[in-house]
Design a protein. Structure first.
Length: 553
């Protein structure tokens, strides 16, 4: 697989062509590109970042925001080959059938696809990321938190750090594939569309030194992440004076994320029992952690969205472990008498931590380690929460994205419900005799808005939503754009709703499904294109609103 860096390429402007052009070299883009190239298709990947972290490229992630600030624009994205998987925690957990189904009690329609269409790709992903094939909703262990009618136990899988970066996992496979070419440091900016067919003919990507590459392809896949993919489609529409997405009321709208807030601390009376109930589990390369998720029945009963409680012990914060890790990292051997005394005093806990980790395959929670109770809540999509183009421009002269979003009544009600259900669970199951919960003092204020003070979880989605109506959705269920027939969008931005699950596994499943659909279509006889070409490419001077120019083929 040839890999080129645009700013270091010889000569000035470059051009290339392929059957498929993938815009974005992150999780979705590389999975799709690898699948297509393995099947013999010629593929070009355009990636804005480099193979290593680059401050200048990552600065293009900056956005403007109003209403609520959005931290996830910077903390959750990385312009680098491998995308956000280069900094990802590795959590894998699927959306439930309930999340994908209709939820009329909060006015949410079903996803326009059956859960089985995504589940069939799970074995392949398990093999790729060295995961076992155990289910996500059960563990075969004796020491589990007791069942409860309003909460269900789910057990996400955490990929080992060395297997998380998709670019690393696929490195050998894609490097050996001559059908795949990657251009790095190349940010898509301009688009040329056929006026008669409405198809995208080519894209122009530029680097920071002004060099450009024009890529022509039969099909294009936008897989640059939720925010960037939406921005690119908004730019394409602006340059066409709104013609491309005319009649579509969904592009850029329905922004959603997960909201998270720590609302208590777990204080063990019986540390062994607390560790057995809520500590992480380990098997081979896989770590499991507990989600206490609102059951489907509870969501219907209280008219709330999906949510879960998570209990985490930050073992790295333990005083002696923190000091040992710091010395190992720096190669230092400095210490104080107090630190040595701490190590001696903590020797029992540290020994127990190591023993339980390798012998019992569980995490022991030492005595001075904080155990936090946090809640993660699904945000309900609202048309008013939207992403649009700012007047401010980035380092490449392109309009930045502006995000305007707020939380609503459903999110507040879901936080409150999840807390009350957790309180009831603790009492009903006798957990308060093993470990108590010290709740956030702010919760005693009856007018305090929990959701307003919750942070985003860097899981943006919804702004190019999937559906069957071209007016209320951007892509069809097969992820092909309603308005541009040879463009597919493989991004969490296509999610109609977010559920309470990390979006990455669902996105990976969608990426493989989309690649299979594209391969099936590529076997059909392509219809010849005819007619004039609508050029939406901006000139070097970058006109403020994009410019339109007609040309012939």
């Amino acid at each position: 697989m040839p890999i080129f860096t645009l700013d270091k390429a010889e000569g000035g402007a470059d051009s290339a062509s392929a059957a498929f052009c993938i815009i974005g070299g992150g999780v979705a883009g590389l999975l799709v590109a690898n699948r297509l190239a393995q099947a013999g298709q010629r593929v070009i990947v355009i990636e804005s970042g480099l193979e290593v972290f680059d401050t200048q490229a990552d600065g293009l992630n900056e956005i403007e925001s109003s209403g609520r600030s959005y931290v996830g624009a910077l903390t959750g994205r990385s312009r680098i080959l491998g995308g956000s998987s280069s900094r990802w925690g590795g959590c894998m957990v699927p959306l439930t059938a309930h999340d994908l189904g209709p939820r009329p009690y909060i006015s949410l329609p079903a996803w326009p696809l059956a859960p089985g269409e995504l589940e069939r790709h799970q074995p392949e992903l398990d093999r790729l990321f060295h995961l076992d094939h155990s289910p996500y909703d059960s563990l075969d262990e004796p020491d589990l938190p007791p069942p409860y009618e309003d909460l269900v136990r789910r057990w996400p899988k955490w990929i080992a750090p060395k297997h998380r970066n998709v670019a690393v996992v696929l490195r050998e496979t894609i490097r050996k594939n001559k059908n795949l070419t990657v251009w790095l440091g190349a940010t898509a900016q301009d688009f040329v569309t056929n006026t008669e067919s409405g198809r995208l003919e080519s894209i122009v990507a530029r680097g920071f030194n002004g060099r450009a590459i024009t890529v022509r392809a039969d099909r294009f896949v936008f897989a640059a992440g939720s925010l960037e993919t939406t921005r690119l489609l908004l730019l394409m529409d602006r340059y066409s004076n709104g013609r491309i997405f005319e009649g579509c009321d969904a592009l850029g709208h329905y922004f959603q994320d997960h909201l998270s807030r720590q609302l208590g601390e777990v204080e063990p009376m019986d540390r062994d029992a607390t560790s057995r109930l809520f500590g992480r589990r380990y098997s081979a390369h896989v770590r499991r952690s507990l989600h206490l998720e609102l059951s489907a029945e509870a969501q219907r009963k209280y008219a709330v969205s999906s949510a879960y409680a998570r209990i985490e012990a930050d073992v790295a914060a333990q005083r002696s472990i923190r000091w040992i890790k710091s010395n190992l990292k720096t190669g230092g051997n400095s210490f104080t008498i107090r630190q040595l005394i701490n190590v001696v005093e903590d020797a029992g806990d540290i020994s127990r931590l190591v023993f339980d980790r390798f012998a019992k395959k569980q995490l022991f929670m030492p005595k001075d380690v904080p155990i936090t109770l946090s809640f993660v809540v699904e945000q309900v999509p609202q048309w008013e929460n939207r992403l649009y183009l700012s007047q401010e421009r980035d380092a490449l002269g392109m309009p930045k994205a502006h995000l305007s979003w707020r939380t609503g009544e459903v999110e507040e009600r879901t936080f409150r419900t999840c807390m009350e259900v957790t309180r009831a669970y603790w009492r009903a199951c006798g957990l308060d005799k093993i470990c108590s919960i010290r709740w956030d003092a702010d919760l005693s204020d009856p007018v305090s808005l929990v959701a307003e003070r919750a942070g985003d979880w860097a899981h943006p989605s919804g702004t190019t939503r999937m559906g069957t109506d071209p007016r209320t959705s951007v892509v069809r269920p097969d992820l092909e754009c309603h308005h541009i027939p040879n463009v597919s969008v493989v991004s969490a931005s296509t999610f109609p709703t977010a559920g309470a699950s990390n979006p990455t596994l669902t996105l990976m499943r969608l990426a493989l499904r989309c690649a299979d659909t594209l391969l099936a279509e590529s076997r059909k006889i392509a219809m010849p294109l005819a007619g004039g070409v609508l050029s939406t490419a901006a000139t070097a001077g970058r006109p403020s609103g994009g410019q339109l120019a007609a040309s012939s083929r």
